[in-house]
Design a protein around this ligand. Structure first.
Ligand code: G3H
Length: 541
């Protein structure tokens, strides 16, 4: 049981005390989207419970939120056939549509999407426990991502609106779609990271099957009708159900041309291996990470502490880019620990809609148990919990826990905790954190905290080929979305950014001809008569 001082008010609400603007109705989500139809599901349903418990008539239980189709593999295959039909081997209306018209569809989608913000924010709070400001930010960032993608595509199209002459060959080189894309986003950003792959895949002319993550499923419901109304039949399809049964079947069928998956490397490898013709499969993957921060003796400690608090504990540490291990140089260890611990102890534990709530309920029902195992393992091997409240949990609430000193014998040293535990390792020699990074299975990002240009410079060169982003006096993060987001080793495959995503979901393709009078005349006739959607020098403004 949690210590009294941390539950001075009850952490979970009574049904009646939930504020009006946070209250949500149960949603029995009984349809899926296939071939432009909202199809009524007649099979079994999975129930959705919130990580938020509610006191109701004397009992404290996770709030029931609704249900969704527990689709079987054969139905998933039928949905895939709808996506294949819309693609029609690249001859469908959507893959051959002019870019400007595809953009019009996306813009009409955006207009409707903007009206869903209030609802989306509520679902994010109830389904994954994300606090209100972060839920709103996730929605707004998605809107910006859509707008920026449209602009980037226009720019890409403008750059390709010309013919090139090289070694006696005229050519127009553009980017074309690849085929049918299976998109699966993660539960920590069920909206934003879904659109980070779904949108570029769509706008480049692919057709898409989207399967929501394990949490953040009902929030997709308002989008089904909008997808149906704004895109041609079969261009976007939404399936539900167990990943092994649905995504597994789709991969085994060989009908998936691109796998866009954000989740664990274990599942990604499983899915990739199921494809019978791996040479035909393109994969765009955002996977595991254990980003370290190295806090050096000459760091500005205020900055280092502030960045490390949000870096480790924003959304309870459930970000792939979160700082998951801190290496602190011994000279400043005491002061850093003191300041860091003090800040962590100030973080408000509360419900997602409560003002300033930072630590909120965890959506994975078994997570507290897993986090406790990591903590007990570390304690048994010599670490201590250094902050008040550390190690305490109350149903889905897990209090931030700083473990010190951590060493390589502990599970927390190498396992990605994806939760509110902060392991701290003291070091004398910079080679210690460098070795950790070189030997790690992960290679996403690192943060370095120092105010010494020579020190920073001496670390950039050995680290730049270990990770894909070095953050100086700044936490690790994905944004801004204009910058490349990727990783080495088990952390990613392919690069996502507004521009890179347009590239990974398309293939360079061209029309070429030998430089002769006859061929030039033929090209002119096609261009001037606007006879082809592809071979065209029209400009998009
Ligand atoms: O969970 C992984 C996300 O891509 C992290 O994104 O750095 O914006 O929180 P973020």
């Amino acid at each position: 049981m949690i210590q009294k001082k941390y539950v001075h008010t009850n952490l979970f609400p009574d049904l009646e005390s939930i504020p009006q603007d946070a209250a949500i109705d149960v949603l029995e989500q009984s349809v899926y989207l296939s071939g432009g139809e909202l199809v009524q599901w007649k099979g079994l349903f999975s129930k959705v419970y919130s990580p938020i418990y509610v006191h109701n008539n004397g009992t404290l239980e996770p709030q029931y939120l609704g249900s969704y189709p527990e689709m079987d593999g054969n139905t998933a295959l039928e949905v895939m056939n709808a996506a294949k039909l819309a693609y029609n081997q690249g001859t469908g209306e959507w893959p051959t549509m002019q870019v400007k018209n595809r953009i019009l569809h996306v813009e009409s989608f955006l207009t409707a999407f903007l009206t869903t913000k209030t609802e989306m924010v509520k679902w994010l709070m109830w389904e994954i426990g994300k606090n209100k400001p972060d839920s709103e930010a996730e929605f707004d960032r998605t809107v910006d991502y859509i707008l920026d993608t449209v602009e980037a595509l226009k720019e890409q199209d403008r750059n390709a609106s010309k013919l090139e002459l090289n070694s006696g060959i005229y050519a127009q080189v553009k980017r074309g779609p690849i085929g049918v894309v299976l998109c699966m986003g993660p539960y920590n950003y069920p909206l934003n990271e879904t659109f980070a792959t779904l949108l570029p895949a769509l706008i480049m002319g692919n057709t898409v099957i989207y399967r929501p993550a394990k949490f953040g499923i009902l929030l997709i419901h308002p989008l089904l009708k909008i997808f149906k109304d704004c895109f041609p039949k079969g261009v976007i399809n939404v399936i539900y159900g167990d990943g092994k049964e649905t995504a597994g079947k789709l991969m085994e069928s060989g009908g998936i041309d691109v796998l866009a998956f954000i989740g664990s490397s274990k599942i990604a490898n499983l899915l990739k291996r199921q494809h019978p013709r791996p040479n035909r499969l393109r994969s765009v993957l955002g996977l595991d990470a254990k980003n370290p921060a190295i806090i050096l003796k000459d760091a500005d400690l205020e900055i280092a502490v502030n960045e490390c608090v949000i870096g480790t504990l924003a959304f309870n540490g459930q970000r792939c880019t979160a700082l998951k291990i801190l290496f602190v140089q011994k000279e400043i260890l005491h002061e850093f620990l003191q300041k860091f611990t003090h800040k962590v102890e100030q973080l408000k534990v509360g419900l997602p809609w409560e003002k300033d709530a930072y630590i909120t309920p965890l959506p994975e029902p078994n997570k507290p148990q897993y986090l406790n195992e990591l903590i007990n393992d570390a304690l048994a091997k010599g670490a201590s919990i250094v902050n008040e409240g550390g190690g305490l949990s109350h149903h889905s609430f897990f209090f931030p826990t700083i473990l010190y000193p951590v060493n390589s014998s502990m599970r927390i040293y190498s396992e990605e905790q994806f939760g509110p535990i902060v392991p701290i390792i003291p070091f004398d020699d910079i080679q210690e954190p460098l070795n950790y990074i070189v030997e790690s299975n992960y290679g996403q990002q690192v943060s370095i905290f120092s105010n010494n240009a020579d020190t920073i410079a001496s670390l950039i060169d050995p680290l730049i080929n270990q990770v894909c982003r070095i953050n100086i006096n700044t936490k690790c993060q994905r944004g801004p979305d204009a910058f490349p987001f990727n990783g080495r080793k088990d952390s990613a495959e392919g690069t996502l950014s507004v521009i890179d995503a347009l590239r990974v979901f398309s293939i360079r393709t061209m029309v070429a001809t030998r430089d002769s009078e006859n061929n030039k005349q033929l090209f002119s006739q096609i261009l001037e008569g606007r006879k082809s959607n592809f071979l065209s020098t029209d400009f998009l403004l």
